[in-house]
Write a protein that binds this ligand. Sequence first.
Ligand code: AMP
Ligand code: MG
Length: 335
Amino acid sequence: MKKKAGIVTAVLAAAVVALFILSDALGGKEIQRTFFAMDTLVTAKVTSADPEETTAQIEAEILALENGVISRHNPDSELAKLNGKGGEVSTELSKMLATLIDVSQKSKGAFDFALGSVSDLWGFGKKTAVPEKERLADALSHSGFEKITLSGDVLTFNDESAVIDLGASGKGAALDTAKEILRNAKAERAVISVGGSILLYGEGDFTVGIRKPDGNSGEFVATLKTKACCVSTSGNYERYFEENGVRYHHILDPKTGYPVSNGLVSVTVISENGLLSDALSTACFVLGVEEGMKLAEEYGCEAVFITENKEVYATANADSMLEINDKSYTRAVQK
Ligand code: AMP
Ligand code: MG
């Protein structure tokens, strides 16, 4: 993570709870509510008959998902209680795990939902030192999606030191929670942003920007014009630290336990489903352009890859949605 980001995050967490911006839009009323959840800032911009109520519900339900179900750091969450031990899983969590196991398998382990022993050792956001080789090798020996099986609603750990880490998919899952609330509230339009994952909800077109890796969050390499969907970006600029002039970022190669180094700086995935868009953005980042493109297409999703060489690769349908804004980047084609 960027220097002092932990402190900034803590200050934001204290300061931004329930910040409202009111304005009239369409037939209903538009509200923007900002709060802290899933280790990031969440912004919910909603137009509905009662947007105060809708956004309050979105905040409450996302926090309930985090603290009650998927956080591995909150000892009271369902996942924290299951980690290392297994047992009966709620329908909500077992549905998520089934999708994540599927992505782990289809990506041949490039995406690994059971990488927690390794990601905990790196501790991005909390620690800023490269783990010792021996400790990393030990953590790696206790990671791997095949160490955990889900049969119906029963989760079994074949290695008690294996740890499920939903860091690569939790923000996307939060979008699915928000979408359900918006549907029930019959909201007209909404944009819900949870870190690098965004839900676009309602009729008509939306434009989302793909952030410039070396720029501010408001600077874009390209924009995507799309209908309602979920868009997730995984970037190596999101969380990292530097040691001896080397940058160590938070997307890990499950084969080595070290940050992926394959020339990519970000991958953006578009899907109907938030969980899938988030999991696939991480999976496609680890796989690289060629294999990542195949995986996205296997799931019927679109993807945009940005490389260190300022090339932009896109799946066929994403191509027609894409406009490159920064002319130092060029559109490239996978051979
Ligand atoms: P994202 O920002 O969605 O790409 O997720 C990155 C987070 O997912 C990291 O902070 C780790 O907690 C976790 N993670 C890192 N590498 C992987 C991987 N190869 N497979 C699954 N989760 C990962
Ligand atoms: Mg992800």
